[in-house]
Design a protein around this ligand. Structure first.
Ligand code: ATP
Length: 348
């Protein structure tokens, strides 16, 4: 069952088309992450879903009912939506309990107390009910914001970069807990993040946005392993990029010939090879080059190699474990066919 549906939503600020024909749905209990570079329109799309911006074009449906289109606009507080936005900070002069109670004003005292107790318990904040926000850590404040959003039992929760103010270890913990709580509550969750790793980690589905358009939506696997274009491929990690022209079913690159599976001869293409498709070692049919930099990242190592071809192409290799050859060391770079993508060039 689709709980949140955005259909062909477009939004302009003056001349600027901030959201361009975006279609996206979120089912009950599903976590969808909306990712993309700064300024691509993520927050605007979320604000249209929440009712904080008009729906200038397209439709917003919640639980199958039209919340907004070019004519209708149900106010945000009547949309059955919980918001965890940075500009929806906790009220500083109210306790945690009072912050959560704020969204439950229509309810009788007993029911309200039960809802507050449950939201506190779910977010692990019961023992802090009487604290004021300034007495809590950043992670605890985020959990209260989540408790406040889920207490009215909304169908949909919209979160905008909810964990960006937290340091790395706290962020991991708080976001895991938050995603679990939202899934367990059967809420449809749409979360904006600019961090591709966070999206890969948390989402059931990812929607990748660029320049107002949703370029691809799918499971983290699909997005990473079968990106629809060069932008999506490069957004989810480093890539080695080469330009070329299709001849006889393949394209020549500094890392050898790559099959182009049906792309017509003469097409100008970009070839993207993820660094993990490359390896350094005793590779008989590899390409020789000299190490120009090597970095150990903990679980893996990154090595930049200048190939011995006439153009002096530099490639990046990502290998598991610790491998730190000396700068200048002569190595051979091998390539497997995984994680290699060929796309027609848009500008060609
Ligand atoms: P970020 O990750 O940096 O928050 P975003 O993907 O959320 O970016 P939006 O905040 O949706 O992007 O902004 C999309 C575009 O619309 C940007 O170019 C931004 O400058 C512009 N924009 C956003 N809000 C307004 C506004 N109220 N008035 C005019 N332009 C706006």
């Amino acid at each position: 069952m689709t709980d949140l549906a955005l259909e062909n939503v477009s939004h302009r600020f003056g001349q600027l088309l901030a959201v361009d024909d975006a279609t996206l749905s979120v089912a009950a209990g599903e976590v969808v992450c909306l990712v993309g570079p700064s300024g691509c329109g993520k927050t605007t799309l979320l604000r249209v879903a929440a009712g904080l911006e008009d729906c200038q074009q397209g439709r917003v449906l919640i639980g199958g009912e039209v919340m907004a289109d070019e004519r209708t606009s149900v106010p945000p507080e009547q949309r059955n939506v919980g918001l965890v936005f940075q500009d929806y900070a906790l009220f500083p002069h109210m306790t945690v309990r009072a912050n959560i109670a704020f969204g439950l004003q229509d309810m009788g005292g007993r029911q309200r107390d039960e809802r507050i107790a449950l939201a506190l318990e779910r977010t692990g904040m019961t023992s802090h009910a009487e604290a004021y926000p300034h007495q809590l850590s950043g992670g605890q404040q985020q959990r209260v914001a989540l408790a406040r959003a889920i207490a009215p039992r909304p169908r949909v929760v919209l979160l905008d970069e909810p964990f960006s103010g937290l340091d790395a270890s706290l962020r991991h913990r708080v976001r895991d807990q938050a995603a679990q709580i939202l899934r367990d509550s059967g809420i449809a969750t749409l979360m904006v993040t600019h961090d591709p790793e966070e999206a890969m980690y948390l989402a059931d589905r990812i929607a990748v946005m660029n320049r107002g358009r949703i370029r691809q939506s799918g499971s983290p696997d699909e997005i990473y392993l079968r990106p629809v274009d060069g932008f999506v491929a490069a957004f989810f990690g480093d890539v080695n990029r080469f330009d070329g022209k299709v001849e006889n079913g393949g394209v020549d690159t500094p890392l050898g010939r790559i099959a182009t599976n049906g792309t017509p001869a003469g097409t100008r293409v970009e070839v993207l090879v993820r660094p993990e498709a490359l390896e350094i070692g005793e590779v008989a049919d590899g390409f020789s080059g000299a190490v120009i930099a090597a970095r150990f990242l903990g679980r893996s190592s990154l090595i930049d190699v200048r190939l011995a071809d006439s153009a002096g192409t530099t490639v990046r290799v990502h290998m598991p474990g610790r491998l730190l050859p000396e700068k200048g060391a002569q190595v051979r770079v091998g390539r497997n066919d995984s994680q290699t993508f060929v796309f027609p060039r848009n500008d060609a």
